[in-house]
Structure formats: C-alpha cells, structure tokens
Write a protein that binds this ligand. Sequence first.
Ligand SMILES: NC(=O)c1ccc[n+]([C@@H]2O[C@H](COP(=O)([O-])OP(=O)(O)OC[C@H]3O[C@@H](n4cnc5c(N)ncnc54)[C@H](O)[C@@H]3O)[C@@H](O)[C@H]2O)c1
Length: 247
Amino acid sequence: MLEGRVAVITGASGQIGAQVARSFAHSGASLVLADVHPRIDQMPANAIYRQTDVTNARAVADLMQTAERELGRLDILVNVAGVLSLGSAAALAEDEWDRVLDINLKGTFLCCQSAIRVMQKNRYGRIINLGSIVGKNGGNARPWLDRAEQTKAANVAYGVSKAGVHIMTVFLAREVAADNITVNAVAPGPIASSMTTDFPEALRTLIPVGRMGQATDVANACLFLASEQSSFITGEILDVNGGMWGD
Ligand SMILES: NC(=O)c1ccc[n+]([C@@H]2O[C@H](COP(=O)([O-])OP(=O)(O)OC[C@H]3O[C@@H](n4cnc5c(N)ncnc54)[C@H](O)[C@@H]3O)[C@@H](O)[C@H]2O)c1
C-alpha cells in the first residue's frame, strides 16, 4: 500500500505512534521516526530515529530534511506527538495552558509547515494530524463520576488544542490542495493506551461498539489517509470512536 513512500512519524515512542510506525513499515514505507524521548522500543527494521522536540522549529525543519537527505524524499507526515492535560478550568495554571497548546497545536503546525515546504517541491504529500473526539464534543460526558471526579477529569486545554488541530487541518488542506498534498486528521475516541489507563471502566458502556479503541484502529485510519486510495479526501476530520460521537 505504501511501497516506495517515505514517511515521518512524530510521537513514535508512544502507543499510537509506535503502532502507526509498525503498520506503515508493514505496508512498505521507509520511516523517519521522531519523539522527544531519546529512545524508541522495538523500532521497525531500517527505520531512522531522530530525537526531536516538535515545539522547536529548527529541530523540526532538520527532521523533515533528514527524510529528504537520507531517504531521497518525503511523502507522508503523521503528527502523533501530543500530551494530555487534566484538571478543572478554575485550577488550570497559565503555564500548563501554554505547554499543552505549544506541543499539541504549535508543534503540529511547525511539523506541517516544514513538511509542506519539502512536499511542495515534489508536488506530492499526505499529512495526517492526530485530533481527538474531545476537540469536537467539548469533553466526554462522564455521568458515572461525582462532581469532584468530573472536575478532576476535565481537559479544556487539551480539547481546545485538538479543536485547533482540526480547523488548522482544514485551512492547510485548502491552501495546499493544488500542490497535490492532502491534509486530514484522525479524531480518536478513547484508545487503550497510557493516556487512558486512569479512565474508569464505565467509560466502555458509553462506546456503542462496546470496547475501547485500540492503537491499530487509529493506525488503520492513518494508513488509509496516507495511501493513494484517499487522493480525493482532504480537510476531513475522521472519527475513530466506536460510534461515541458523530458530526
Ligand atoms: N490515547 C487516546 O485515547 C487518544 C485519544 C485521542 C487522541 N489521542 C492523541 O493521539 C496521540 C498519541 O497518543 P498516545 O495515546 O499514543 O499517547 P502517548 O503518550 O503514548 O504518546 C505521545 C507521544 O508524544 C511524545 N511527545 C510529547 N511531547 C512531545 C514533543 N514536544 N515533541 C515530540 N514528541 C513529543 C511523547 O513522548 C509520547 O511518546 C496524541 O496526540 C493524543 O493526543 C489519543
């Protein structure tokens, strides 16, 4: 499906990023993997790793150039890097707001910007951003929690950062459509990962398909949006949430 393609994947040390890397490698792509962490466990064979903080514009530009320099091209970017932030709006510290928006929104923009510069030269590109269901629905309803727990589980900064990623995706999709570059996002519901280990078991009952999402569910959606088969789809925010939310 991705034979001959070169993909950069950020957040590749995390559960979803690592699965996207495995799926893309299995589909024939050559990979440049990045994360702020210094090491990636079980990296696919032949993948290149670059430790990169996505909030650092210079490091991000170097990451995209690595693909071009060492693998000859850059066809696909999957922006998986992100951080969760929980806590009530009333208690949210200003620097926590800045940290979350910086990594999730500005970091994603910087990666898109640098990748677009390279992709425009080749007149081909597939960009996939990681959004979230909470960037659409204003936060998951949690009726099984008491008020104190509800407040603890609130996540306005995270949700706003992901809503920003969604609309940025639409803006960029229109801007670069004529360059044969598509820009789409995947908006997962709760996925079994370190981000959701503290979520209550009762969350499952709110998911119509009756199970938590798996990293493979997200990776499969990314794979489709990275492939030739999705060439007429751009500016789409694809729900991957087991029916929990639709728009
Ligand atoms: N797990 C879920 O339920 C869920 C739901 C919706 C959306 N998402 C999104 O999916 C993405 C991956 O989530 P995950 O569950 O795999 O989480 P994760 O914490 O396992 O992975 C996130 C990765 O991003 C990396 N990262 C953080 N800051 C970075 C920075 N400044 N530069 C580079 N890398 C950085 C982390 O080191 C980590 O490896 C995130 O963007 C998250 O918001 C997750």
